[in-house]
Design a protein around this ligand. Sequence first.
Ligand SMILES: Cc1ncc(COP(=O)(O)O)c(C=O)c1O
Length: 485
Amino acid sequence: MRPKTASALSIGNIQQTLKNAIAGSLIRREDTALIFYDLDFLQIRIRKLISSFPPGSLHALAIKANPLIRIMDFARNIHPRIGVEAASPGEVNLALKTGYLPGNIVYDSPVKTRDDLEFALKAGVHINADNLAELNRIDMLIREMVRGYDPLSSDDAQGMPPPFQGTIGIRINPQVGLGTIHESSVAGTYSKFGVPIKYQRDSLAEAFLKYDWLTGIHLHVGSQGCNIQMLVNGIGILYDFMKEIDEKRLHKGFRPISIFDIGGGLPVSYRQDEEPPSMEAYVAAINLRAPGLFEWQVSSPKIKDNIPKPEIKRTSYLKHSGQPADISTRTPTLITEFGRWIYTNAGWTVSRVEYVKRDPGIHTAMLHVGADLFLRECLNPKDWSHEYIVFDSNGNLKTGVNEKPYNLAGPLCFSGDIIARKVILPTIEESDYLVIRESGSYTFSMWSRYNSRQTPRIVGYFNDGEKFEILKDREAMNNLFDFWQ
Ligand SMILES: Cc1ncc(COP(=O)(O)O)c(C=O)c1O
């Protein structure tokens, strides 16, 4: 039904799946809304990502876009170089519990406490510090941990593991400007994230020449609304900086910078008539602007095969201050952190239409999802909108155009709970199904507890709806009680 390389699911795929779900009683009476994921499509996306970048790249999928454990687990099993990007200790914990290796977890957050950092250092994940003060904190923690490390007390014949095995980078704001959506652009002249390179180049250089353990560079330009050129400009600026700083580190006898993390941000299309930029085009543009970046990674002999094992090489931490201790370093690794590009087009939401209100000039379809699932759409509809499909209660596609437009209203107790206004659609009736397309990312992950509604059943499917798998069931009433007590 769908060409393997399509950038969105076909209406046929969605219709067939919905019909099968209705016929197979997957949509029960209480399932007033559900979220569906095409797991074949998701797998194709992930494989496309892996094949577009050089072997050995670590693809840390952004948990914030989709934290469903079953989906994280599904992704992890596709390839050993699938990791996750975690935005909080909670997300790091989700990843560890799902079975991600610490070395495949990237921990980014602009507000990490001392305890958060200690937890991450001990867990052995890759930490991207957000600012220079955080580097200072990390340095103190490492010193404390190194002091507490006593190899002689180990009963392990191979020797005790070093106090920590993770790696550390710093987020740098390349200051390439804002994209079309300001609230999700993070590389303007001012940003709350990272260290601005134009203002703090010298301090950044100083940090790289002070901390031997600082071996990573991280950037993230924005999420949706940033074109390829902006993303690539950011990479280029920091790639040049890395080369310059690496030379100086070499002279000092410091280990080389071995991690270059380009973040996420490749935009997707929420409209069927718009072709989104492709991953191939993005990768080609990176290659043009930073031609050494991909060779830098593949030049390492350990990274030549398809499933590289990260090489853990012990070198001496604090060797310049004369205190012997161990810390690990890795072979050069390029990291990506895509979220939206991976998940958005694989998922759709369906709500039963409970009522249709008919007012002069406008009809209102009353739905079971609103700002609880589509927060951005309700608050900023100019920048965030979807396409909708109407089916009857048996899953048959409705066509034609109603004479009056529709507002699509959610169930929450505030008047702004309208996911779309004045939409031209076929005639909608009570008990119809309304599908909200391209809703596989930044929807359920942003779920709001306002009004204490139960979270919907979430279903994965294969073969255009021939086979289903419940990814998460509709929330039980008791859970709500537990949440609030
Ligand atoms: C640090 C970081 N990395 C990756 C992402 C994922 O971005 P996207 O979902 O647009 O690929 C985000 C999202 O904003 C982010 O903040």
